[in-house]
Design a protein around this ligand. Structure first.
Ligand SMILES: O=P(O)(O)O[C@H]1O[C@H](CO)[C@@H](O)[C@H]1O
Ligand SMILES: [Mn+2]
Ligand SMILES: [Mn+2]
Length: 397
């Protein structure tokens, strides 16, 4: 049996990358700072299963420091190391595409941190084509903060809240009932077209519900309108070779539905874990499964909530034995991340960090793989494991 699973723990970085200064992220360390936050307040953050797979050793290799409380007690049962992102963006598509063998060598377009942040002609075209009475926002913002601030005005005026971040994104927030979900999606589809010439990676629909700032809450109906990867990823190559591809959670959106096979969606890391196990149970010989666990990033990293972040790590860690129990000899699991999002760092953006690479499975080798100069090494390794043509980038470990 040779099957492969790639699990992306969204934003679980393990220490600032060498080029962090270019991004204003010197000293960031998502895992290390979450572990320190727990160690300062109680018995510490214990992730026994991830530690046994070498997570803490990978972090130590990345930063020179063992994250407090995380050291493994026994033998490490995986290959472990850290990956250096070569793509210029520290965004989700850049990280995932590189993991899948396609680093992004060119620069994305970005909207400046000014107000307004969007080109007036772009907004005029959006408003005109969608029959809107204008927009709100038009600046960089945290998504939860801006709906709390402008949600009432949005409901009163019918103007959608349009904002961006340090990522290559245009995000459009609107009330699911007052504005309408399908109408929001239609506005995003027009925005996608208008953003194409500007090389914007994603337009994101951010629907929310609630009646006032006290209870506005974003719903699971987020939808991403991404541009497709610039070259065939391991997903696309697997699909073209006739393999079964199953993708969990946001993966379909992140790859613009190219090569993403059967898409299993769910809200929340634990439900995503359930879907992943379900997918694994029917993944045939030589199949590929790729999963994204989003909560680390969207619920805790961007919200700068180290306690929630650590609890989410514990919950994820506690489920790993269930995954291990379902693996068959020859299966390969790779756990990694797409970028950092240090919940103790100033601001609300991603942080430019190294990411863990933990590779294991029954009968798989164990031991350090050190520093990997590209996240594409993951795709190269998976390609070799599944006897597939490898994407252009990456060296197998
Ligand atoms: O603050 P929210 O809306 O969650 O935005 C975050 O989500 C976006 C897409 O992942 C990122 O660009 C980041 O800024
Ligand atoms: Mn991400
Ligand atoms: Mn994010």
């Amino acid at each position: 049996m040779a099957r492969a699973l790639i699990l992306v723990l969204d934003s679980v970085g393990i220490g600032a990358a060498e080029d962090a200064e270019r991004y204003g992220d010197v000293g960031s360390d998502t895992l290390g700072h979450v572990a320190a936050w727990f160690a300062q307040r109680g018995p510490g953050l214990h992730l026994p299963n991830l530690a046994t797979l070498g997570l803490a050793k990978a972090a130590e290799a990345s930063t020179g420091r063992m994250p407090p409380g995380l050291a493994a007690t026994g033998r490490i049962t995986a290959r472990y190391g850290y990956g250096v992102e070569t793509s210029r963006g520290k965004d989700t598509p850049s990280g995932h595409w590189e993991i899948a063998g396609v680093p992004v060598a060119t620069d994305w377009g970005y909207f400046p941190d000014t107000q307004p942040c969007f080109p007036p002609e772009l907004i005029a075209a959006l408003v005109g084509r969608c029959g809107l009475d204008g927009i709100l926002g038009d600046r960089h913002a945290s998504g939860t903060a801006i709906i709390a601030e402008l949600g009432d005005e949005h409901i009163a005026t019918g103007r959608p809240i349009v904002y961006t971040s340090a990522d290559s994104v245009m995000q459009i927030a609107a009330h699911e009932q007052a504005f309408g979900l399908e109408r929001l999606y239609a506005v995003c589809a027009v925005a996608r077209e208008l953003c194409d010439p500007l090389d914007i990676g994603r337009v994101i629909a951010r629907p929310f519900l609630g009646s006032s700032a006290a209870d506005f809450v974003r719903t699971g109906n987020r939808r991403d309108y991404a541009v497709p990867p610039p070259a065939p990823t391991i997903l696309e190559l697997a699909e073209k070779a006739g393999r079964t591809v199953i993708t969990i959670g946001k993966i379909g959106d992140i790859f613009a539905h190219v090569g993403t096979g059967e898409v299993l969606k769910a809200a929340g890391n634990m439900a995503l874990f359930d879907r992943m196990l379900e997918g694994l149970d029917r993944l045939p010989e030589q199949g590929l499964l790729m999963a994204n666990f989003i909560d680390f990033d969207s619920l805790y990293g961007h919200r700068r909530d180290p306690k929630g972040y650590g609890q989410a790590l514990k919950e994820f860690d506690a489920r790993l034995p269930e995954l291990a129990a379902r693996l068959k000899p020859g299966d390969l699991v790779v756990i990694s991340a797409d970028h950092g999002c240090d919940p103790t760092y100033p601001g609300s953006e991603h942080t430019r960090e190294h990411v863990p690479i933990l590779a294991y499975g029954p009968g798989q080798p164990t031991g350090p793989i050190g520093r990997r100069d590209s996240l594409a090494d993951i795709a190269a390794t998976v390609a070799r494991h599944l006897d597939l043509t490898a994407p252009g980038a990456g060296t197998p470990f």
